[in-house]
Design a protein around this ligand. Structure first.
Ligand SMILES: O=C(O)c1ccccc1N[C@@H]1O[C@H](COP(=O)(O)O)[C@@H](O)[C@H]1O
Length: 220
C-alpha cells in the first residue's frame, strides 16, 4: 500500500515523512482555501532535496495547461496532482509537453455523478485521487478539508478504474484501516490527520503508518 504524506512544508518534514516510510510527498501550491499552501520557491527547494524514486506531487488549482506546465518547470516535481477539473484537451497538452511527468486527477466524491466523472477521466491520466472537496462553493474547497466522504462511492470507482486510485479526505490512524478495507485503494493520502497546529506530528505519523501496515498485512 502506497502512502502519500501531504502538506509537506519544509525539508525537515519531508525527511521525517520519508523515514516513516512515505512513498510520496505532497506539496501544495496556491489554492482558494486550505491549510497546506506554501510558496513555490519552498516547493522547489523541498522537491530538490527529495531522492528521485519518491513521488514529489505538486498540488495545483490551475486548470490551464500552459500555466500548469510553467508551474511544473518552476517547481521541479515529478507528479502533478490536478485538484480542480481540467479539460481532456488540457490533459493531452500536458502529456505531450511533459513526458515522464505523472498526471493524477483529483475527483471530489460527492454523489453518483462522481463515479461517472472518475471513470470517464481515468483513461486520460496515470492515477486518480479521491478527495472530499466542494467545487460548487463560492470559495472552492479543493482538498485539505479533514473530512471523509462516502467510501461506498470510492469503492465503486476503484472497482471500475483502469488506473491506480489513491484515497484521501479525513483519514487518520483510527479510521484508515476501515477505509482500506472498504475501498481497497492503491494508496492512501493524508494531510490534516498527521498534523498538530499545522505541523507534521511524528507520533500521529507513526500511528498512521502502523495502522496502514497492519491493515495491508491482514489483507494480503
Ligand atoms: O491542504 C490543503 O491546503 C489543500 C488545499 C487544496 C487542495 C488540496 C489540499 N490538500 C490535500 O487534500 C488531501 C486531503 O487532505 P486531508 O487529509 O483531508 O486534510 C490531501 O491530498 C492534501 O494534501
Amino acid at each position: 500500500m502506497r502512502v502519500k504524506i501531504c502538506c509537506i512544508s519544509s525539508t525537515a518534514e519531508a525527511h521525517l515523512a520519508i523515514r516513516a516510510g512515505a512513498s510520496a510527498l505532497g506539496l501544495v501550491s496556491e489554492m482558494p482555501s486550505g491549510p497546506g499552501v506554501i510558496k513555490e520557491r519552498h516547493i522547489a527547494d523541498i522537491a530538490g532535496a527529495v531522492p528521485p524514486p519518491l513521488g514529489r506531487f505538486l498540488l495545483t488549482s490551475q486548470t490551464n495547461a500552459n500555466d500548469i506546465i510553467a508551474q511544473q518547470q518552476r517547481c521541479g516535481v515529478n507528479t502533478l496532482q490536478l485538484c480542480d477539473r481540467v479539460t481532456v484537451d488540457a490533459l493531452h497538452t500536458l502529456r505531450r509537453s511533459l513526458p515522464g511527468i505523472s498526471l493524477v486527477q483529483v475527483i471530489h466524491v460527492v454523489d453518483d455523478t462522481s463515479v461517472a466523472e472518475a471513470v470517464g477521466i481515468a483513461p486520460e491520466v496515470d492515477a486518480l485521487l479521491l478527495d472530499s472537496g466542494n467545487q460548487s462553493l463560492a470559495v472552492k474547497e479543493l482538498g485539505g478539508t479533514g473530512r471523509v466522504h462516502d467510501w461506498s462511492l470510492s469503492a465503486q470507482i476503484v472497482e471500475r478504474s483502469p488506473v491506480p486510485v489513491f484515497l484521501a479526505g479525513g483519514l487518520n490512524a483510527d479510521n484508515v484501516g476501515e477505509a482500506i478495507r472498504a475501498v481497497n485503494p492503491f494508496g492512501v493520502d493524508i494531510c490534516t490527520g498527521v498534523r498538530t497546529d499545522g505541523k507534521l506530528n511524528e507520533y500521529k505519523l507513526k500511528r498512521f503508518m502502523a495502522a496502514v501496515r497492519a491493515t495491508s498485512e491482514k489483507m494480503s
